[in-house]
Design a protein around this ligand. Structure first.
Ligand code: FMN
Length: 192
């Protein structure tokens, strides 16, 4: 089983990176082949909204990392999308990637309804925010980032098997035992 992890945090020792590390470890211990993509380091130009991909099924822009990451998503059996909350949403780097690969994630009906292309793949969504619990949820902070990622993953056809959120990262810079357990459980759900 192939698992792809999209890590959209630029902080290599931050909470998202710790959570992703635990999930990688758990998935590998259960026999999965895991690859981590550091979204921060991708070379991707912004979508120009020519809309040509909606009828042709490919992007007319010069090849960059967006096509390469799309191929990895298509090859994977399961995907983890992990992103800190920036302004109640996902970081721009991750949004840039999803904007450029829309043609590989969903098709459109003649009147413009989305038709998912990745049915059957499993997915876990992860987010963090400085806003502490329960306000990270109630005030749509980490929860805002999760909502935005859910929008993309649902319309792409992913089955979202777990979401993991952590608030209060200003004071809690290390994963607690309970948080680590939640990450391990989410990783196992990806594989089952
Ligand atoms: C540009 C930027 C915007 C942010 N916006 C928010 C926000 O809207 N709400 C919030 O609670 N935290 C916000 N944060 C804080 C991050 O979500 C928080 O530091 C997070 O834990 C970083 O995760 P990481 O250490 O795993 O990378 C923001 C941080 C940055 C750099």
């Amino acid at each position: 089983m192939k698992v792809l992890i999209l890590n959209a945090s630029p902080r290599r020792k931050g909470n998202i990176s710790q959570m992703v590390g635990v999930m990688k470890d758990e998935a590998e211990s259960n026999g999965a082949e895991v690859e981590v993509v550091d979204v921060q380091h991708l070379d991707i130009r912004p979508c120009v909204a020519c809309m040509k991909c909606r009828s042709t099924g490919f992007c007319v822009m010069p090849e960059d990392d967006s096509q390469r990451v799309l191929a990895k998503i298509q090859e994977a059996d399961a995907v983890v999308v992990a992103a800190p909350c920036y302004w109640g949403n996902m970081p721009g780097t991750l949004k840039l990637l999803f904007d450029r690969i829309v043609y590989g994630l969903m098709d459109e009906s003649s009147v413009g309804f989305p038709k998912p292309l990745l049915k059957g793949k499993r997915c876990v969504l992860v987010s963090t925010s400085t806003t502490p619990w329960p306000f990270n949820i109630l005030m749509h902070q980490s929860h805002g980032a999760i909502r935005a990622m859910k929008e993309i993953c649902r319309y792409s056809g992913f089955k979202i098997v777990a979401t993991v959120e952590k608030g209060g990262t200003k004071r809690n810079t290390l994963l607690s035992e309970k948080e680590e357990k939640r990450c391990r459980k989410a990783a196992r759900r990806l594989l089952s």
